[in-house]
Design a protein around this ligand. Structure first.
Ligand code: OSB
Ligand code: MG
Length: 374
């Protein structure tokens, strides 16, 4: 009898976490200097208790961009983060307590996103309001993978026709200066950037050769740890270097500034371990007048919502890599996918992340892992 009473008292307090793993085919293969991707291997976190809340891990099945992948993210969650989550559901406290676990920023960020959505929903506020976002819409850019030249040209043309505010091309040794020259010759003075994903570590001369094409920036030419190499390059170039993989925290942003290892920041919320750290970087960039924009990891609508919301902060003044859902997928995992009008995407104005995940669709495609928050 005692046992029964205990049970009815505890049940309403119990929350569950569902982790969904599903594959979504990409409409167009995405090739970077570290590999080709034909699908997104998606990892979603759902809090199911007094309210429903969501987060997306920006990891994929292959650790080419960083050492984290879906396997490590799930492992770190199951073995360490779940326990921390049972102690605190506040995003700041969760991140603070998670600092004893080294690294694994993307895993932490996925859980933290869910906790931000949870906090905002419990307070019946939009996440935009919680983080001091002001804008109602953000400028959209597109990141185009390595493609045969004919297809690349037609994709650039198509993207300009659709209204994208900035074109980014992936480059690697062997797919470098000629590509930029061809695109410049074909399209003239369009807002153009390139992203090397660390591939020019042994070819600084190719990076320098890109300097005369008036690119808005050159993203991450050298290894993520090579601040010194980036700084040496930056001294010899007028094109700003933008750091992506190198920036894991606000300390790295400071290192970039003090070493002149780059002059623009690509912020990825997952890479820096969540929104709490992102806000520090955004404020640091604002204070030091460093241009900052938001990168992407081919997220579904759930991670995309977070990226769009963060860009409602006024420090974001240049278009990022956030494209509408239909640039990536035939069908997104949310009910009202993100669309682009006039090269702009509306910032969600509902409570929390302001999106409605399509649970039926997600469950149909997913391998599900279930956990209890105790
Ligand atoms: O380096 O910015 C990158 C995608 C996956 C991994 C790394 C990167 C990218 C992109 C795509 O460039 C941006 C997007 O459209 O989400
Ligand atoms: Mg990049």
């Amino acid at each position: 009898m005692k046992k029964f009473i205990l049970k009815i008292h505890i049940t309403p307090l119990m929350a569950k976490i569902f982790v969904y793993n599903l594959k979504l085919p990409l409409k167009i293969p995405f090739e970077t200097s570290f590999g080709v991707q034909n699908e997104r291997d998606v990892l979603l976190f759902r809090y199911s208790g007094d309210v429903e809340a969501w987060g997306e891990s920006v990891t994929d099945s292959y650790p080419g961009y960083s050492y984290e992948d879906n396997g490590t993210a799930l492992y770190i969650f199951r073995n360490y983060l779940l326990e921390i989550l049972s102690e605190t559901e506040d995003p700041y406290n969760f991140i603070e307590a998670s600092k004893k676990i080294k690294g694994h920023n993307m895993a932490k960020s996925a859980v933290e996103t869910m906790l931000w959505d949870l906090k905002a929903k419990r307070e019946k506020k939009g996440l935009k309001e919680l983080i001091g976002g002001k804008k109602e819409r953000i400028e959209s850019g597109i990141s185009i993978g390595i493609l045969p030249m004919e297809r690349l040209i037609s994709m650039v043309r198509n993207s300009l026709d659709k209204g994208y505010r900035r074109i980014k091309l992936k480059v690697k040794p062997g797919w470098d200066v000629d590509v930029v020259r061809t695109i410049r010759r074909e399209f003239g003075d369009i807002p153009l950037t390139v992203d090397a994903n660390q591939a020019f570590e042994k070819h600084p001369e190719l990076v320098l050769a890109l300097d005369k094409y008036e690119l808005l920036m050159i993203e991450q030419p050298m290894n993520e740890r090579n601040f010194l190499g980036h700084s040496r390059l930056q001294k010899q170039m007028s094109t700003p270097i933008c750091l992506d993989e190198s920036i894991h925290s606000v300390d790295d942003a400071q290192r970039m500034l003090e070493m002149d290892a780059g002059r623009i920041i690509n912020l990825k919320i997952g890479r820096v371990g969540g929104l709490s750290e992102s806000l520090k970087i955004i404020e640091f960039a604002g204070k030091n007048k460093i241009p900052i924009w938001c990168g992407g990891m081919l997220e579904t609508g759930i991670g995309r919502a977070l990226n769009v919301i963060v860009q409602s902060r006024e420090e974001f003044r240049i278009p990022g890599d956030t494209s509408p859902s239909d640039r990536y997928f035939e069908r997104d995992v949310i009910k009202r996918p993100f669309i682009m009008k006039n090269g702009m995407i509306d910032v969600p104005d509902g409570i929390g992340l302001g999106i409605e995940p399509d649970i039926e669709f997600i469950e149909k495609l997913s391998k599900v892992h279930e956990f209890e928050v105790v």
